[in-house]
Design a protein around this ligand. Structure first.
Ligand code: C2E
Ligand code: CA
Ligand code: CA
Ligand code: CA
Length: 279
C-alpha cells in the first residue's frame, strides 16, 4: 500500500514536470527567446591546458521553474528523453547556442567554439542532421564553431547508423566529441571508425585524480589512446590545482571545471572573452 502510494506520488510529480516542460517549451516557439523563457543556457569555459586560453564553451541547460526554482538537467533531461520532448527541447538548445555564439562574433569578440550535448534519443532521431543544418543556417554561425557532444552509450545503441550519422555531421564541418568517455561500452575497434575530434574524460575519473592510482592510470590511458588516434583530449570536472597539474604533466590538451569557472550566463563569457582579447 505504502509502496504504491509512493509510486503514485513520483508518477504524479513526473506528470506535473512534463506538463510544465511542455508549456514552457510552447512559450519558447522553438527558437531563441526574447526573455520570458523558463529555459536558459549557461556556458562553461573550456581552456587549453598549455596556454590557459579560453577556446570554447559547453552549453548546459537550466530550467527556471516559476514554483520550484532552478531545476537541474539531471532531473528533467531523462524525463524529456522518455517522453520525446527532448527533440524540440534539444532543438531549442541548438538554436539558442548557435545564435549566442554568432552574437559574440558579431560583437567583435574573439572566435569561440560551442559544444552542445545531444542525448541518445535526440541523436537517433532521423532529422537530427537537418536540425543542425537549420540551426546553423538561421543563426549564420560557421559550422567550425559548433561541436556536438554525444555519449558512447548513445552511439552503441545502433553502431552502424550512428557512424553514418556522425559522418554526415562531420561532412557539414561540425565537430564531434565523445562525452563521458570511459563510462560506456564502446569497443576500441569501434572507436577507430568514429569521425570525431575529441575525447572527454568523464569527471568521475577526475574527482580523485590526485590520490587514486587507478583513476590516474585510466586518465593516462585515455590521453595516450586519444593522441594515438589523432584526437584531442579534454578533462571535465577539474576542481583543484593538483588535478590540473596532473593532467598537464600527462599531456592532456584541455580542461573544463570549477577550477577555471562554473557554468555561467552569456554576459560573463563575453567579459572573459573581452579580457582575453586585451591581454
Ligand atoms: P555532462 O554533459 O557530463 O556535463 C558536465 C556536468 O558537470 C554539468 O552538470 C556541469 O555543470 C558539471 N560540472 C562542470 N564542472 C564541474 C566540476 O568542476 N565539478 C563538478 N562536480 N561538476 C562540474 P549539469 O549542468 O548539471 O548537467 C548535467 C548533465 O545534464 C550533463 O552532463 C548532460 O548530460 C545533461 N545536459 C545538460 N545540458 C543539456 C542539454 O542542453 N541537452 C542535453 N541533451 N543534455 C544536457
Ligand atoms: Ca523563443
Ligand atoms: Ca557534456
Ligand atoms: Ca560527464
Amino acid at each position: 500500500q505504502f509502496y504504491a502510494s509512493e509510486m503514485n506520488a513520483s508518477m504524479e510529480e513526473k506528470l506535473v514536470l512534463l506538463e510544465g516542460m511542455r508549456s514552457a517549451l510552447d512559450a519558447c516557439n522553438g527558437g531563441p527567446c526574447a526573455g520570458a523563457c523558463q529555459f536558459q543556457l549557461l556556458y562553461q569555459p573550456k581552456v587549453d591546458l598549455r596556454s590557459g586560453r579560453l577556446f570554447g564553451v559547453e552549453a548546459l541547460i537550466r530550467w527556471n521553474h516559476p514554483e520550484h526554482g532552478q531545476i537541474s538537467p539531471l532531473r528533467f533531461i531523462g524525463l524529456a528523453e522518455e517522453s520525446g520532448l527532448i527533440v524540440p527541447l534539444g532543438d531549442w538548445v541548438l538554436r539558442t547556442a548557435c545564435a549566442q555564439v554568432e552574437a559574440w562574433r558579431a560583437a567583435g569578440l574573439p572566435e569561440l567554439a560551442v559544444s552542445v550535448n545531444v542525448s541518445a534519443r535526440q541523436f537517433e532521431e532521423k532529422r537530427l542532421v537537418e536540425r543542425i543544418a537549420g540551426a546553423l543556417r538561421d543563426s549564420g554561425l560557421a559550422p567550425r564553431q559548433l561541436e556536438v557532444e554525444v555519449t558512447e552509450s548513445a552511439i552503441m545503441r545502433d553502431l552502424g547508423r550512428a557512424v553514418e550519422k556522425m559522418r554526415e555531421i562531420e561532412a557539414m564541418g561540425v565537430a564531434l566529441s565523445i562525452d563521458d568517455f570511459g563510462t560506456g561500452y564502446s569497443s576500441l575497434s569501434a572507436l577507430k571508425s568514429f569521425p570525431i575530434s575529441r575525447l572527454k574524460i568523464d569527471k568521475s575519473f577526475v574527482a580523485d585524480l590526485a590520490h587514486c592510482g587507478d583513476d590516474q592510470a585510466i586518465a593516462m590511458a585515455v590521453i595516450s589512446l586519444g593522441h594515438k588516434l589523432g584526437l584531442r583530449v579534454i578533462a571535465e570536472g577539474v576542481e583543484t590545482e593538483e588535478q590540473r597539474a596532473f593532467l598537464r604533466a600527462n599531456d592532456c590538451d584541455e580542461m573544463q571545471g570549477y577550477l577555471y569557472s562554473r557554468p555561467v550566463p552569456p554576459e560573463r563569457i563575453a567579459e572573459l572573452l573581452a579580457g582575453q582579447a586585451q591581454s
